[in-house]
Ligand binder design. Structure first.
Ligand code: FUL
Length: 415
């Protein structure tokens, strides 16, 4: 089963920034219940351009904003409810966070997407499914028609288990106004949740699936007809999705490990940055991102591209112009006919340097420091073909990054 051109383009973007910002930022909560007064929302130093600059400098190619989280507070002046920025003191009620972020993304050349929570704890009509479907469809229409091209629509399953929405009607809005937008996990999805909020994929990373997991807080899943549905790994730079004064960014090593186990496993990474109550990304978060990016760039520097020779037995020789000393090997699968590789091993002098299952968009292996003029890669899977392969030579001293012992995102619903 093949990817659509839009899915392949999305996979090649690899890395996006998530922004959780809203009434929760000011209420000091992860989830609020729809009753927090809009009068609290007042990010006096709000600067969308600075968010997008931070995202771009970190190497992100797209940015997703929580236009509405579960509390129902809308970051744009919607016609559907009074519970929005229009009722806040911010810019005298004339501000529009969605507009400012969309414009900044366009200025910086980043794709822009929106998170629109189906679960809405403020909407008076939520308990009337038909009325709420109309309300939600109208919100999506406003977002899909007012803010230029959207590259992703993020439909979060939290709070919606057991509830049916009229997805045919909702998706008709997306296909009419934003046919190229990727659709995350619900409705008629084109990309899926990886299944945890630690930002980690697990081998094999399968692109063709017939099931998606619904949310962090339940065991439930949704069954679909089998389709190409590559995963996105979401995780927050801090412990919380929203900003809290006592929270802090993850270590550089933790972030490197997340990168290697998401992008380096063939999945996309969506890393959340929570702006604070001033409407700015804290300086310590910016510094951590810079440190992470610099170390990532160092580790993936000194690339030596291999000439590839595919053999009849399905193996591939990677040949370098002269002997090279490296500690990372990267394989890229030819996904033109769909995902084919089900197992791979990279060998040197007859011994395994690295083994794994899927390869996909990009498979990164950190290996012991090795000198070679060529490597042999064994592939399983009918029609398995590598598109390219390389080694990295720039940081031979780098030790494999580890996730801190016992780290896991909370699975209890925050109340
Ligand atoms: C979860 C939500 O409940 C969290 O608050 C956050 O938005 C995360 C990305 O998805 O399901």
């Amino acid at each position: 089963m093949k990817a659509s051109p839009a899915q392949l383009r999305w996979q090649q973007l690899e890395f996006g920034i998530f922004i959780h910002f809203g009434i929760n930022t000011f209420a000091g909560k992860e989830w609020s219940d729809g009753t927090v007064s809009p009068s609290l929302f007042n990010p006096v130093d709000f600067d969308a351009g600075s968010w997008v600059r931070v995202a771009k400098d970190a190497g992100a190619k797209y940015l997703i904003l929580t236009a509405k989280h579960h509390d129902g507070f809308c970051l744009w002046p919607t016609s559907t409810t009074d519970y929005s920025v229009a009722a806040s003191p911010w810019r005298g009620g004339s501000g529009d966070v969605v507009r400012s972020v969309a414009d900044a993304c366009a200025d910086f050349g980043l794709g822009f997407g929106v998170y629109l929570s189906p679960w809405d704890r403020n909407a008076a009509c939520y308990d009337d499914p038909e009325a709420y479907d109309s309300f939600y469809t109208q919100q999506l229409t406003e977002l899909c028609t007012g803010y230029g091209p959207l590259m992703e629509l993020w439909f979060d399953g939290a709070g919606s288990v057991g509830r049916s929405y009229d997805w045919d009607r909702i998706m008709a809005v997306a296909s009419l106004h934003q046919p190229d937008a990727m659709v995350f996990n619900m409705g008629q999805p084109t990309i899926r949740w990886v299944g945890n909020e630690n930002g980690l994929a697990a081998d094999p990373v399968q692109y063709v699936v017939d099931q998606t997991l619904d949310s962090q807080y339940t065991e439930s899943s949704s069954t679909l007809t089998a389709r190409y549905l590559p995963p996105e790994c979401d995780v927050s730079l801090r412990r919380g999705w929203f900003w809290h004064p006592d929270d802090e960014p993850k270590s550089t090593e933790h972030l490197l490990a997340i990168h290697h186990q998401s992008v380096g496993m063939g999945a996309n990474l969506l890393l959340n940055l929570p702006p604070d109550t001033r409407g700015l990304i804290p300086v310590e978060d910016q510094a951590r991102l810079r440190e992470w990016k610099a170390e990532l760039d160092r580790r993936l520097s000194g690339a030596v591209e291999a000439a590839l020779e595919h053999h009849d037995d399905g193996s591939v020789t990677m040949r370098f112009p002269t002997p090279v000393t490296f500690n990372y090997v990267e394989l890229v699968e030819d996904l033109g006919s769909g995902q084919r590789i089900t197992h791979h091993s990279v060998t040197h002098d007859g011994g395994d340097l690295a083994t794994g299952l899927t390869v996909g968009n990009r498979r990164l292996h950190q290996v012991p420091v090795t000198t070679a003029i060529g490597l042999r890669v064994f592939l399983s899977g009918p029609g398995a073909v590598l598109a390219s392969a390389r080694v990295y030579t720039g940081a031979l001293d780098a030790s494999p990054p580890r996730i801190p012992e016992g780290y896991e995102a909370p699975t209890d619903a925050p109340e």
